[in-house]
Design a protein. Sequence first.
Length: 203
Amino acid sequence: MYRLYWNKDTGAFAPDVVLRLAGVPCERIRIDHLQGEHRRPDYLRLNPMGEVPTLVLPDGTVLTESAAMLLHLVDAHPQAGLAPPPGSADRARFDRWLLFMAVNLYGAALRQFHPERYTTDPAGAPGVKEVADRAVDRCWALIADALDPGPLLLGDQMTAADLYLLMLLTWYDFREEMPPLGTAWDRMLANPVVAETWAQYFD
Ligand SMILES: N[C@@H](CCC(=O)N[C@@H](CS)C(=O)NCC(=O)O)C(=O)O
C-alpha cells in the first residue's frame, strides 16, 4: 500500500487527490509541520529536506518532490486517465507545465513566503520578496495564457498538472484578475472527489 505523509494546506493535496481519483489504497500519516514534526529525525530520514509531502510506494521506495510523485502516479495508474501517454506530444505539454509550475512558480512562491531564507542579510529580505513578487505574477500570466483555449491546460481532459495548478491557485486566488483561472478552478471543483479532497486540505 502507498503511504502519504501529509498536512492540511500543503502540497500533499496534489498527490493525494491523484491517489483518490485513481482509486488506489493509501495510508495517510499527518505531519504537523507548523508544530515542527517535519524536523523529527525519523521524518528527516525519509525527507532530508524536511518538507511535506513524502510518498512511500508499495515496495518501500521513498519519493520526495510533489511533481515527481504525480509523474510516477499517472504512469503507474494509467487507467485513471490523469496524463496523456508517455512519448506523446500531449504528454510533452503535460510535463512542460507540471515542471514549469514546480520549478518556477512553487520556487518563486517559497521565496515570496519566506524571503529571509534566501539572503544572509536580514535587510535584503524585502528585495528578495520584491523580485519574487514579480516572478510569481509573470508565472501566473504565462499559466493564464496556457489556459487558452482551455478550459484546462490540455483542453477538456483534467490531468494531474491541472490538479497541481489547483493547489497553487488555492494559495494565490487570482480568479477575478485572470478569468481563465476561474474557469479551470470551477471545472476541477465540479468533480466530487476533487471537491471533497480540496475541502479536507484547504477549508
Ligand atoms: N519541492 C517540494 C516543496 C515542498 C514544500 O515546500 N513543502 C512545504 C509545505 S507546502 C514544507 O514542508 N515546508 C516546511 C518548511 O519549509 O519548513 C515539493 O514539491 O514537494
